[in-house]
Ligand binder design. Structure first.
Ligand SMILES: Nc1ncnc2c1ncn2[C@@H]1O[C@H](COP(=O)(O)OP(=O)(O)OP(=O)(O)O)[C@@H](O)[C@H]1O
Ligand SMILES: Cc1ncsc1CCO
Ligand SMILES: [Mg+2]
Length: 273
């Protein structure tokens, strides 16, 4: 999968399979993002379930095809659910995504994310600042959920986190970076205005979980495809929108309506290392 056209057919195949199989994706995500994550998954053809109570996890998690855990509005009450679901997913061989949202805002959140990393996420998806902070296990410098780094500033941190955790690491930004610690892939889809809609990164993490559900043996490729598809939906959405609020609506519509020709024409993926 090296040339642009080869990546394009892989991206389209992944999206088609998500639409056909409609994987069930359990999301334990933050309050801000629940609506957009669920709608993103539905528009892509997947089936979201925001099931987060610790008492339901033993019954429900064995039935899901993938899990997404996002610590954006973490409290001590929620952490046991996240850990229980992650542990069960790993034990049952189900792919799961960790989004270390705003990881550097407190020692509590950093420790929680480091403990979740120990439970072997398939993919860790953050913005540049989150991946740098998690990789170096440091708090402090923080803009909360927003990034103060370019994604490309986080390439070395992402590679090192991938090698130490065994996860594929995805860094969202102007260029989305995906690495397994050896290969580094850049996805240049999306638009700057996506940063002005809260929870687009969280939604992307949910979408990655859906793509992993249908190709869990190739987590790097599945992640690249999800990032490209989400970015293309943003590009098409922006062309129809007047600002962030209408982009949010048109992004969802564009994701729902994406066709093969558009995907093949717009996929912009290159190997960076
Ligand atoms: N400058 C940019 N150009 C193109 N696409 C961008 C740009 N910045 C972000 N994106 C896209 O926006 C989406 C969200 O990425 P972002 O890095 O803003 O997530 P995030 O910081 O985790 O967001 P949140 O925490 O609000 O969910 C991704 O699909 C990413 O590719
Ligand atoms: C704004 C915000 N604060 C905590 S989580 C979240 C959503 C984007 O990550
Ligand atoms: Mg985020």
């Amino acid at each position: 999968m090296e040339s642009k056209s080869e990546w394009g057919s892989g991206v389209w195949a992944h999206l088609t399979t998500v639409r056909q199989r409609s994987p069930l994706v359990q999301c334990i995500t933050n309050f801000v993002s629940m609506d957009l994550v669920a709608n993103t998954l539905l528009s892509a053809g997947a089936s979201p379930a925001m099931v987060h109570s610790v008492v339901e996890i033993p019954d429900f998690t064995p039935h899901v095809h993938a899990l997404c855990v996002n610590v954006g509005t973490l409290t001590p009450d929620w952490l046991p659910s996240m850990k229980a679901a992650a542990e069960l997913a790993s034990k049952l061989g189900k792919p799961w995504v960790l989004d270390p949202a705003a990881v550097s805002c407190s020692r509590f959140r950093l420790k929680a994310c480091l403990e979740l990393v120990e439970l072997k996420p398939t993919v860790i998806k953050g913005n540049g600042s989150e991946i740098i902070a998690l990789s170096s296990a440091s708090t402090g410098q923080t803009k909360g959920a927003d990034s103060s780094h370019e994604s490309t500033d986080a390439i070395e941190a992402a590679k090192s986190l991938a090698l130490s955790s065994g996860a594929v690491v995805a860094v969202s930004g102007a260029v989305d970076i995906v690495t397994d610690g050896k290969r580094v892939i850049g996805v240049r889809n999306g638009t700057k205005m996506m940063q002005k809609i809260t929870a687009t990164g969280c939604s992307l993490a949910g979408l990655i979980a859906a793509f992993l559900a249908i190709d869990s043996l190739q987590p790097l490729e599945a992640t690249v495809s999800a990032m490209s598809v989400f970015g293309i939906a943003g590009e098409l959405g922006e062309a129809m929108s007047k600002g962030p609020a209408s982009l949010r609506m048109h992004l969802i519509d564009s994701l729902y309506g994406l066709d093969e020709t558009t995907v093949l024409n717009r996929v912009n993926i290159t190997r960076l290392g």
